[in-house]
Design a protein around this ligand. Structure first.
Ligand SMILES: [Zn+2]
Length: 199
């Protein structure tokens, strides 16, 4: 799977730049129930375009952040990114909002896109082997060969969302690892084989 391979890579400078741009976009425009997700995409020219979602106040026209970012690239004359999206006429891509159903596989390979939902608090993402070793000395429950070191794991919580419920949702997907840490109030998610545990 293309994405699993992508997720398995460490974040490079280019990806970090994209995440920073998406984060900046949503931080500037964040409003509960209105704009909650930021996206950033890099086109062939190397230029970065950002967008935020336009939510349900638009009725059935709720638009996802990635679609807004694509629209901005298009208006700025980078229309090839739209023309080269690998969709066939009549193919259904819209489920909830315009853009929600867009699969990353449809993007031309030179387009890089990230989405940022600031409501997810990231407790821990990629860890260098040094950081992981330091954490292992300080606390129990940190694996020596942690998937965090491979950039394949993330520890998150969502303000206002019960972590046990979040873990249950993730477990229902039956994909990857799901660890629920009740005392520390976060959920570990990774792209390894399906397994669950309590921390
Ligand atoms: Zn973790």
């Amino acid at each position: 799977m293309k994405h699993a391979a992508k997720l398995g890579k460490k974040l490079g400078k280019a990806e970090k730049e994209l995440i920073a741009a998406a984060t900046k976009a949503i931080k500037q425009r964040y409003r509960d129930d209105w704009q909650e997700v930021g996206a950033a995409l890099r086109t062939r020219s190397g230029k970065i375009f950002t967008g935020v979602n336009l939510d349900a106040y638009l009725g059935r026209m709720a638009v996802c952040a990635e679609a807004v970012a694509l629209g901005r690239a298009f208006v700025d004359h980078e229309h090839e990114v739209i023309e080269e999206l690998q969709f066939r006429p009549g193919q259904r891509v819209l489920d909830v909002g315009v853009g929600t159903g867009i699969s990353l596989d449809a993007y031309p390979p030179y387009v890089h896109i990230v989405g940022v939902d600031p409501k997810f608090s990231v407790i821990s993402g990629y860890r260098s082997p040094q950081t992981n070793a330091r954490l292992r000395e300080r606390s129990t429950g940190v694996a020596q060969h942690s998937l965090h070191i491979e950039g394949r794991a993330i520890d998150v919580r969502m303000p206002g969302v019960d972590c046990a419920g979040l873990a249950a949702c993730a477990e229902d997907l039956k994909r990857g690892g799901v660890g629920y840490y009740r005392a520390s109030d976060f959920v570990h998610l990774d792209t390894g084989r399906f397994r669950t545990w309590r921390g």
